[in-house]
Write a protein that binds this ligand. Structure first.
Ligand code: P6P
Length: 297
């Protein structure tokens, strides 16, 4: 993986950091097998109840980043403030350690999402400034999908380590899939109700698990589809986090020739105003994102 990353143009430091994150993903994937589905008895900064695996995944990634010489600071969906790491570190790292943890007890696929920036402060910047992003899918197989700014590539965790399984993945839009998140919003949003009705009438295939990582991985693997998580009255900025979920996933999807939007602009161009910021998101095949932007403007 290290040589491949350098071939993709990653600096030595970035390649080493991604390798460390891959090792943390491997540890999370092993820990998942041995961890109960029970609650941790705590809540995160969003007031969401944590499960034991949320806390363990956050600890594994925290331990990896805290001691990494290239990491200046990091933060996660489970933390409420930026954690300082190494003096002289050159990257800041933002992650959702266990995305979709509400699905853990029913044994659906869950994931880890990571976005990497140069420098230690991201406030006032945009996700377009990420230098790398990756996500892991903990499913029947553990896979790692990453970009260091030169296309999107997938690795499979095997008994002998990570094996490159897809190089330069691209969206082509040949099949019609839709992943309509926050369907409850159709109650108050006639525009979203009409768009979902369009997908149904046009016989799009529904692929929605409730986990952003497997749902977007489906779009990337099939090369087609649209994932939506719009806002609604009472939550106009939706629920998905810009730094920990939408920014890294938009970086990857746009590197694969797809598009993303908050309804007005690419997710990559949304200004980061605070660490806990959420955003509506439409992401996938360019033409479908444009349709959603027009329908939900
Ligand atoms: P809903 C999981 O909790 C998550 O953060 C994303 O992974 C997923 O896309 C979304 O929330 C699902 O939300 O409202 O359908 O449960």
């Amino acid at each position: 993986m290290f040589d491949f990353l350098q071939k993709q143009g990653a600096t030595q430091e970035l390649a080493e950091l991604v390798l460390e994150l891959a090792r943390a993903v491997e540890e999370i994937s092993t820990t998942i097998i041995h961890t109960s589905t029970g609650k941790a008895g705590s809540t995160n900064v969003y007031g969401e109840e944590q499960i034991a695996m949320d806390v363990k995944a956050d600890e594994i990634l925290g331990r990896t980043l805290k001691t990494n010489p290239y990491v200046a600071a990091y933060c996660s969906e489970e933390l409420d403030a930026l954690e300082p790491a190494s003096e002289g570190g050159i990257f800041s790292v933002f992650h959702d350690p266990l995305d979709g943890s509400s699905l853990f007890d029913v044994n659906f696929s869950v994931g880890t999402i990571v976005g990497i920036y140069q420098g230690s402060n991201v406030i006032g910047r945009t996700p377009r400034e990420q230098v790398a992003a990756l996500y892991a899918v903990y499913g029947p197989r553990t896979t790692l999908v990453l970009s260091v700014g030169n296309g999107v590539h997938e690795f499979l965790l095997t008994g002998e380590g990570w094996k490159l399984t897809h190089e330069t993945m691209k969206l082509h839009g040949e099949k019609k899939y839709f992943a309509p998140g926050n369907l409850r919003a159709t109650k108050d949003r006639e525009d979203y109700f009409k768009l979902v009705s369009f997908y149904v009438k046009e016989q799009y295939t529904l692929r929605y698990s409730g986990g952003m990582v497997p749902d977007l991985n489906h779009i990337l693997q099939k090369g087609s589809g649209i994932f939506l998580y719009p806002g609604m009255p009472g939550a106009p900025q939706g629920k998905l986090r810009l730094l920990y979920e939408c920014g890294p996933m938009a970086y990857i999807m746009e590197q694969a020739g797809g598009a993303s939007s908050d309804g007005e602009r690419s997710i990559l161009d949304v200004e980061i105003k605070e660490l806990t910021q959420t955003t509506p998101i439409f992401i996938g095949v360019k033409e479908e994102v444009k349709r959603a932007e027009e329908a939900l403007r």
